[in-house]
Structures are given as structure tokens and as C-alpha cells.
Design a protein around this ligand. Structure first.
Ligand code: FEO
Length: 405
């Protein structure tokens, strides 16, 4: 009966004395102002109601109203003893300022870097408990310990672990894009969509910091995890092992057979070159071949497929004596993500000032072997000739051979 009453306000009991009081955002069209949200976004917050009461993270400020109603209802007049700040980014700390006004005696808990950030973001000075790797809080018959996760993906990031029940409150780690669609748990959700959006989130948010993610995942492997409660995406109660395995694969940059073809084209000539390359790849039996128009696809979809597959072909026109801006932005993003172990083919076009191919070649050289160049590199003047199309077909054949090793 108690559980039914809780659920009337959107509260979900996740485990013994653990309640989900998160928010579903279906209004935002971009996350971090950059990444498309076709399925919305979830900001998960949890309350542990043990002898001590502990809030794990908050929600984005736009969703405070429901959050405080739920928190107040579960507490039922009890004080809030602690609020653990696993990560200060405002999608999780957005309700903190008001929380401190409503619960002035609450002690904030976080890493040493968290204290500094909270001062800058919210003027927090005092009432803070600094925790280090492996230290724990006694909640009365239940212990909450802390796993530092520096640079996954901010310097202050950490996770909290309910030692008694094996529940890992992992914040961004194991998170994904997408609001909950009725299913709060992994066994209730459409896992195909969940995992697709989880990978796009990983690549967009965590990808650059994969080396640091590998180290955190090694620490997670040493814990006896029965449930993962992340701050985005579903709660993993049936198969936390699945979530850990996916993050391990992505953080190690393990790739699959497949090629992404991305083009930047003004009048269709560069596009026709990339179509010839894609057709050649397909005739070689490569599947999937993913073709993107860089000017019309949110970069998160492109970079996620590039992260996933072993081959990439870029076709880029020259614009104002530089590489076409959407491709230039993609090159910069790929460099930012420190991607390694993939093959790349290049096709540049121009009419009066060749620049695109030169910029793309410079990107490959700068990677110092992270990207392995597949011949031939192609440069087309104005409109692809028969010879140019044959070169594109040859690039497709060579790329197919390269990614198959
Ligand atoms: Fe979900 Fe890095 O904030």
C-alpha cells in the first residue's frame, strides 16, 4: 500500500529504502546546448531513507517543483541529513540552492574539488563533508562509500556505493540520453533505444575521457554491484553487467566492421563522389555503410557511428579557401575525442582554391597514427570526372580491404 501511495506522485521505489525522485525532460531539444534529444532526457535523483536520510544528487532547476514535492513526501517530516553531490554540473545540482534553503541543516557530501566548485556555482561555504576514495558514511546499519571518478567527465566527479545492498549510484557513468518512457528499470525499457542513446551519450559526453573511464571501470569491477542507479537513463537492476560491459567496450574504443561516409557539399558534386565511394563499399559487401551530410545531421549521431565503426571516409568541398565549415568542425571534434585505431579515406574538392584536402591531411598527420590513411587520397576540381569516380570506387575497395584486416 505504501508503495502505491508513493507512486501517485511519480515516486518509484528502486530498492529497499531507496526511492527514485528524478525528472523527465521532454522540452529540451539539446543537451549541453549541443546534442540533439529526440527522446528527451532524464535527470535521476535518489533518496535513501535509512536511519539517516541521504539525497543522491538533485535535478535540473526547471524540474524542481515536482522534485521537492516528492522529496518532502518521502521524508514525511524527517530531517534530510545528507545530500551527496556526485557531480556539480547543473543538470544534477540545479536544485541545490533551494534545497539548502528548505533544509538548512543538510550536510553536503562530495570530493575536495566539489567543495570549490559549489562555492563558485552556488556560494556554498561550510556545511560540507569532504570524502576521499574508499571512505564511507555510516547511515545506521548501512554504509555508503565513495569511488572517485576524476575527469569522467569533470574533475570532481565521483560515484557512491551502498555497500550493504550493492547499489552503485554512478551519476553520469552508465548514463544515456532519453527520458524514461514509463519504464524506470532496464527490464521495463526498450533496450534497443536505451543502448543506442547510451552510446551516443557516452561518445558525446565521456568519449574524450575514455582513458580515465577505463580506470574507473576497473574500480567498479572490484565492487559487488547488484544494481546501478545512474543519473541519466534507466536503473540497471536486471543486468548491471550489461551496462558495465558496454561502457568497457566503448571506453576501450573497440570497433566493429562498417564504414561511415561523411560529406560536406554545396551543389552536389562532393556528394556524388561520396555516393560513389559508398556504393563501392556496398558492392564489396561492407555493411553497414552509414552516409551523413555533415551540414544536416547533429554531430553526435555522426561521431557515435564513427566511434562504433572501423572505417571513415570524408568528402569535403572547399569553402572560402578553407574546408567546408561543418566538416572542419567535425575534424576538430574528432581530434578532441582522441580517437585511435581507425582507418580513414579522404576526398577533397575545390573549384579555384584547393584547401579541403590539405586540411583533412593535416588532421590525419596530427593524429600520429591514430588514423590510418587509406589510398588513394582524391582531389576533384569542380565536378567529378570519370577518372575521379573510378578513384572513388578504388578508395571504397581499399577501405573494405583495410577494415577487414
Ligand atoms: Fe549529467 Fe556531466 O552531467
Amino acid at each position: 500500500m505504501a508503495r502505491a501511495i508513493y507512486e501517485t506522485r511519480g515516486i518509484v521505489q528502486a530498492a529497499d529504502s531507496v526511492f527514485w525522485i528524478g525528472a523527465c525532460d521532454r522540452e529540451a531539444d539539446k543537451f549541453e546546448g549541443l546534442w540533439d534529444l529526440p527522446h528527451g532526457m532524464a535527470y535521476n535523483s535518489y533518496l535513501i531513507k535509512a536511519e539517516k536520510t541521504v539525497l543522491i544528487d538533485t535535478v535540473k532547476s526547471a524540474y524542481m517543483d515536482d522534485f521537492f514535492l516528492r522529496l518532502n513526501q518521502i521524508l514525511g517530516g524527517l530531517p534530510l541529513d545528507y545530500a551527496v553531490i556526485n557531480h556539480v554540473e547543473p543538470d544534477h545540482s540545479g536544485a541545490l540552492e533551494l534545497l539548502r534553503r528548505l533544509y538548512p541543516d543538510v550536510k553536503l557530501v562530495g570530493s575536495a574539488k566539489t567543495a570549490d566548485m559549489l562555492k563558485n556555482f552556488y556560494g556554498v561555504d561550510g556545511g560540507f563533508v569532504t570524502v576521499k576514495e574508499g571512505e564511507s558514511l555510516d547511515l545506521g546499519g548501512r554504509r555508503l562509500s565513495f569511488v572517485m571518478a576524476p575527469m569522467v567527465h569533470w574533475p570532481e566527479s565521483m560515484a557512491s556505493y551502498d555497500e550493504t545492498n550493492g547499489i552503485l549510484f554512478s551519476n553520469d557513468i552508465f548514463g544515456g540520453f532519453g527520458a524514461t518512457e514509463g519504464g524506470i528499470f532496464d527490464d521495463e525499457a526498450d533496450l534497443s533505444t536505451v543502448e543506442t542513446e547510451m552510446m551516443r551519450y557516452y561518445v558525446s559526453i565521456v568519449g574524450r575521457f575514455s582513458k580515465q573511464a577505463v580506470k574507473v571501470l576497473e574500480k567498479v569491477r572490484k565492487l559487488d554491484v547488484s544494481m546501478i542507479c545512474p543519473s541519466h537513463g534507466p536503473i540497471w537492476r536486471r543486468s548491471p553487467e550489461r551496462a558495465i560491459g558496454l561502457y568497457e567496450k566503448w571506453s576501450r574504443q573497440e570497433t566493429e566492421e562498417g564504414v561511415v561516409v561523411v560529406y560536406g557539399s554545396m551543389y552536389g558534386n562532393t556528394k556524388s563522389a561520396s555516393d560513389a565511394i559508398a556504393r563501392s563499399l556496398s558492392l564489396e559487401g561492407i555493411s553497414p555503410v552509414r552516409v551523413y551530410d555533415a551540414a544536416r545531421s547533429n554531430m553526435s549521431f555522426i561521431t557515435t557511428d564513427i566511434w562504433k565503426y572501423r572505417g571513415l571516409v570524408l568528402s569535403c568541398c572547399t569553402y572560402n579557401m578553407e574546408a567546408f565549415p561543418p566538416i572542419a568542425a567535425l575534424l576538430r571534434m574528432l581530434e578532441n575525442k582522441n580517437m585511435t585505431g581507425r582507418f580513414i579515406g579522404l576526398c577533397g574538392t575545390y573549384s579555384w582554391a584547393p584547401a579541403a584536402l590539405k586540411e583533412m591531411k593535416a588532421f590525419v598527420e596530427k593524429s600520429e597514427g591514430g588514423w590510418k590513411l587509406v589510398d588513394p587520397t582524391i582531389e576533384i576540381k569542380s565536378r567529378p570526372s570519370r577518372d575521379d569516380i573510378e578513384a572513388c570506387e578504388q578508395l571504397g575497395k581499399n577501405m573494405a580491404k583495410a577494415i577487414r584486416g
